[in-house]
Design a protein around this ligand. Structure first.
Ligand SMILES: Cc1cc2nc3c(=O)[nH]c(=O)nc-3n(C[C@H](O)[C@H](O)[C@H](O)COP(=O)(O)OP(=O)(O)OC[C@H]3O[C@@H](n4cnc5c(N)ncnc54)[C@H](O)[C@@H]3O)c2cc1C
Length: 484
């Protein structure tokens, strides 16, 4: 097994993981950091995030909103850190060159998210997440102590109650990470649902990793459903439409032409309302309700939401006729790994940040708070990780034991690679009769293993059968002419 010793392993390269890495680089520049990431995270979708920058707004008022919308299920210490660090987060990004949109008076162009008592979402056009990711990746690329691995982390190991390392798979091969310091930033699990607002990549593996390592999970009953995800026209199926548009004149209308709500509600209540209308049989033909743009001022839509404008506007000749059928889809996971305000979990050496964690949002999340959460607690995780020191332990033994105890059929790739080795070793440029017979014997042995423990997929099964047949033909056909 390949081994990668490192000071810190970050599981997940979304904004929480990147923010943690940037902070470690700032606090402990010589740290050897590996970021294991499969890609496809939700951070690229962040349109903007909350910060109390409007006149009359404050961290206290922001915290009141969060606790109200979260139904008091929130951890007040996390809410305090989130709200108090928000403005500093904006300033820090500005010093790194991120430009937030401003109006003619050079005030921040703040959007009002559902559930918020005032406008609060700062944004760089509609691509804030992408812009910050790009900036952070450029910063990290200059540091040769930081490596990105396209590996899937499947197990965290502990030694004497502390984190000792992790096991991953990189292009199908097992890789071991010996490190006493792991930051879990693996995002949410809404992708496990059949209808979700984001990709299947976000399958919640971080919750399983943490749970298995003995970390506490909180609020796992709280999944946020994005209220307005397109179901029709078909080409837009699964496309989430930003709900701040409900403050710009969009109306939700049921199949009878009646309004679904009289005022914009927080996301959870809105999703419940839409789901009830649909379950009462008042849908608009495809299991959803109309997201009706007829009351939206075209110029405002075009300038404030250019990506949405160019994607949605072509679906009607006149703005007044533009309507998309939407229904709620599993969106973000509100619960997750329990952390304190320093992003420490209950397991020494395990830190966590971003959507994989729980506690800050409670029963419901105000739009724009996930983007803030990844930045604030990504930074907290980076700070705590940089200050943490514990001896490293070699995890090769436990990793091998873990792998050999997994009771599953071998993959087609493993059989093909074993067949390849047999041909390399016994059917090379020069092969004696003795070699070829030994190769055939090894091939038969492998075939018996294949029969007893075949790959699960039928297609893989046939691919292996073909490989066994052809390999046997290669070996046998050279027997007659081979030297003894
Ligand atoms: C469509 C959409 C729009 C959104 N818009 C907004 C918005 O405007 N404002 C806002 O505040 N929030 C928004 N959110 C929510 C926000 O995007 C997420 O909560 C946030 O980006 C999560 O960031 P993260 O770094 O925790 O995880 P992610 O960015 O999801 O990254 C997690 C990464 O971990 C990797 N990973 C997972 N498991 C493993 C493993 N076992 N091994 C290795 N790698 C692994 C994944 O491949 C992924 O790359 C939106 C979400 C969606 C889906």
């Amino acid at each position: 097994m390949k081994a990668y010793p490192c000071d810190v392993l970050i599981v997940g390269g979304g904004l929480a993981g990147l923010q943690a890495a940037v902070t470690i680089q700032e606090k402990a520049p010589a740290s050897k950091v590996v970021i294991a990431d499969l890609g496809g995270g939700a951070s690229s979708e962040i349109m903007g995030f909350c910060a109390p920058l409007a006149p009359g707004d404050s961290p206290e008022r922001f915290a009141e909103d969060i606790l109200r919308v979260g139904g008091g299920e929130n951890d007040p210490a996390l809410v305090k850190r989130l709200t108090e660090d928000a403005v500093a987060t904006v300033r820090r990004l500005e010093t790194l060159g991120i430009e937030f949109d401003k109006n003619d008076r050079q005030e921040y162009d703040l959007l009002k998210p559902l559930g918020s008592s005032c406008p609060r979402v700062v944004h760089h056009k509609t691509v804030t997440g992408k812009a910050i990711i790009e900036r952070y990746r450029a910063i990290l690329a200059r540091n040769n102590h930081i490596a990105f691995h396209k590996s899937r982390i499947v197990k965290l190991f502990k030694h004497k109650g502390r984190i000792a390392g992790a096991l991953g798979f990189e292009r199908g091969a097992p890789v071991g990470y010996s490190t006493s310091n792991v930051i879990l930033a693996s995002g949410g699990g809404a992708g496990l649902f059949g209808f979700s607002s984001w990709t299947k990549m976000l399958n919640g593996s971080g919750y399983a990793l943490a749970h298995d390592a003995g970390a506490e999970l909180v609020g796992m009953n709280r999944i946020q459903f994005e209220p307005c995800v397109s179901v029709y026209p078909e080409k837009l199926y699964g496309f989430p439409i930003i709900t701040t548009l409900l403050h710009e004149g969009v109306r939700l209308v049921d199949g009878n032409g009646d309004p679904v709500v009289n005022e914009p509600l927080p996301k959870r209540e809105l999703a419940l309302r839409i789901a009830s209308v649909v379950s009462e049989g008042k849908d608009c033909g495809h299991g959803g309700v109309w997201f009706d743009f007829s009351g939206v001022e075209e110029e405002a839509f075009k300038t404030r939401y250019p990506e949405y404008y160019s994607k949605l506007r072509p679906y009607a000749d006149r703005m007044a006729d533009l309507r998309i059928e939407v229904k709620p889809a599993a969106h973000t996971t509100l619960g997750g790994v329990a952390i304190n305000a320093h992003a420490e979990t209950s397991v020494p050496g395990l830190f966590a940040a971003g959507e994989v964690t729980g506690g800050v949002h409670g029963a419901d999340r105000i739009g724009g708070n996930a983007g803030l959460e990844v930045l604030v607690f990504g930074r907290a995780a980076g700070e705590s990780s940089a200050a943490y020191d514990a001896p490293a332990v070699d995890i090769a033994g436990p990793a091998e034991d873990f792998l050999s105890a997994i009771p599953c059929g071998r993959s087609e790739r493993e059989f093909l690679s074993s067949i390849g080795e047999i041909l390399n070793d016994f059917c090379g440029v020069i092969s004696s009769r003795k070699d070829l017979l030994a190769g055939l014997s090894r091939l038969n042995q492998l075939h018996t293993e294949f029969v007893n423990d075949p790959p699960v997929r039928k297609e893989d099964h046939v691919v292996c059968c073909h490989a066994f047949t052809t390999a046997a033909v290669f070996l046998e056909s050279r027997l007659d002419s081979a030297d003894t």
